[in-house]
Design a binder for this molecule. Structure first.
Ligand code: HEC
Ligand code: HEC
Length: 283
C-alpha cells in the first residue's frame, strides 16, 4: 500500500493522473469479421499475484478505435499483413529460396505466434519470433538478417500474428526459459528514470485510470504489432517498450536487446489466456 501511494504521488506530481475514470468499452466483446472470436478479458494466469482479471488493450479504447479492429477492411494494419505476404513469397539470399519454399503458406505457421518468445534448444536462449525468422534467413536461405524492428520484419510478424488470431497466448515460463522470465519480471517491477516509475506503477497499479488524455490499459502485448493512429504505422513490441521507458525519463534499452527480449517473455506471460489479436488498432 505504501509503495502504491508513493507511486501515485510521484505520478500525480509529474504527469497528472486522474483516478476513477469511466471504464469506457471495458464490457465490449471483440469478434473480427463476424467470425474470429477474440478473448479480450479472462482470469489472470496463476503467476500474477496482484491482478485477478487480464484485459486486452482493446477494451480500454474508444468505440471508434475499437470499431476499426472489428473488420479487416477497416483495420489499417491489414495493409501491412498483405505486404508481409509479399515478403514471405519473395526469394532472397544465396539459396534462392523464399519463406514459402519451405513453409508453403503463412497459414502453415498458424499457432506459432501464440507461443513466442520461446526457448530455443540449439541456441540455448529464448527466441522472439523475429530472432527465429532471422535465423531462417541466415542459416536456411543464405540471406542477410532483416532489420529487427524494420518494415519487412514487422510486416512478417504481423502476417504471422494475423493467422493466429483468436488463439490463446500460451508462452512457457518454466524449464529453461525460467531464468529469462524472472529477469523480465524484475525489469517490469524496477523503477527507472527521473520519475522513478516501473511498468507496474502504471499498468498494474493504475490501469483503468486516466493519465493525461490516455485511458491506461494493462500494457498487454497480445495485440502486437499494433497499428497506432498516433503515428499511422505498425508498431513493434520493443518500440512500444522504448516509448514507455522514455516516458519515465529513463535511458532505454535498444530493440532486440536481451533486456527487451526478457521483458517481452514476461509480458507475454501476463497475457497467457488472452487471444492473439495482431495487428491491433490503438491510439
Ligand atoms: C530452407 C527452409 C526454410 C526457409 C527458407 C525458411 N524456414 Fe522457417 N523454418 C525452417 C525449419 C526447418 C524450421 C524449424 C522447424 C521446427 O523447429 O519445428 C523453421 C522454423 C520457423 C519458425 C518457427 C516455427 C515454430 O514452430 O517455432 C518460423 C516462425 C519460421 N520458420 C518463419 C520463417 C520465415 C518468415 C521465413 C522467411 C523469411 C522462413 N521461415 C524461411 C525452414 C525454413
Ligand atoms: C507513466 C506511465 C507508464 C509507464 C511507467 C509505462 N507505461 Fe506503458 N503505456 C502508458 C500509456 C499512457 C499507454 C497508452 C495507453 C495504454 O494502452 O495503456 C501505454 C501503453 C503500453 C502498451 C501498449 C498496450 C496496447 O494494448 O497496445 C504496452 C505494451 C506498454 N505500455 C508496456 C509498458 C512497459 C513494458 C513498461 C515498463 C518498461 C511501461 N509500459 C511503462 C503509460 C506507461
Amino acid at each position: 500500500m505504501r509503495k502504491m501511494m508513493t507511486s501515485v504521488a510521484a505520478m500525480t506530481a509529474a504527469i497528472a493522473l486522474a483516478a476513477g475514470a469511466a471504464s469506457a468499452g471495458q464490457e465490449d466483446n471483440l469478434v473480427v469479421n463476424e467470425e474470429i472470436e477474440i478473448v479480450v478479458r479472462t482470469d489472470a494466469p496463476a503467476h500474477m499475484e496482484n491482478v485477478d482479471t487480464i484485459y486486452s488493450g482493446w477494451t480500454f479504447r474508444s468505440d471508434e478505435t475499437q470499431a476499426l479492429q472489428m473488420d479487416d477492411f477497416d483495420n489499417p494494419g491489414m495493409i501491412f499483413v498483405d505486404m508481409g505476404r509479399e515478403v514471405f513469397d519473395a526469394a532472397a539470399g544465396s539459396e534462392g529460396k523464399s519463406c514459402a519454399s519451405c513453409h508453403e503458406s503463412p497459414e502453415n505457421l498458424k499457432g506459432v505466434k501464440a507461443v513466442y518468445p520461446k526457448w530455443n534448444d540449439q541456441a540455448e536462449e529464448v527466441y522472439t519470433i523475429e530472432m527465429q525468422i532471422n535465423e531462417c534467413r541466415t542459416d536456411r536461405m543464405g540471406a542477410e538478417k532483416l532489420k529487427y524492428n524494420g518494415g519487412d520484419m514487422t510486416n512478417l510478424v504481423a502476417l504471422l500474428a494475423s493467422v493466429s488470431r483468436g488463439m490463446p497466448v500460451n508462452v512457457a515460463i518454466d524449464g529453461p526459459a525460467q531464468s529469462t522470465w524472472e529477469w523480465g519480471k524484475e525489469l517490469y517491477y524496477s523503477r527507472t528514470g527521473q520519475l522513478e516509475l516501473s511498468c507496474a506503477n502504471c499498468h498494474e497499479d493504475n490501469y483503468d485510470n486516466m493519465i493525461r488524455a490516455d485511458h491506461l490499459s494493462q500494457g498487454q502485448i497480445n495485440g502486437f504489432p499494433a497499428y497506432r493512429l498516433k503515428n499511422a504505422k505498425l508498431n513493434t513490441v520493443h518500440d512500444r517498450f522504448k516509448g514507455c521507458v522514455r516516458d519515465t525519463r529513463a535511458e532505454t534499452y535498444a530493440p532486440a536487446s536481451p533486456e527487451f527480449v526478457a521483458l517481452e517473455l514476461y509480458l507475454s506471460s501476463r497475457g497467457n489466456g488472452l487471444s492473439v489479436e495482431g495487428p491491433s488498432v490503438r491510439n
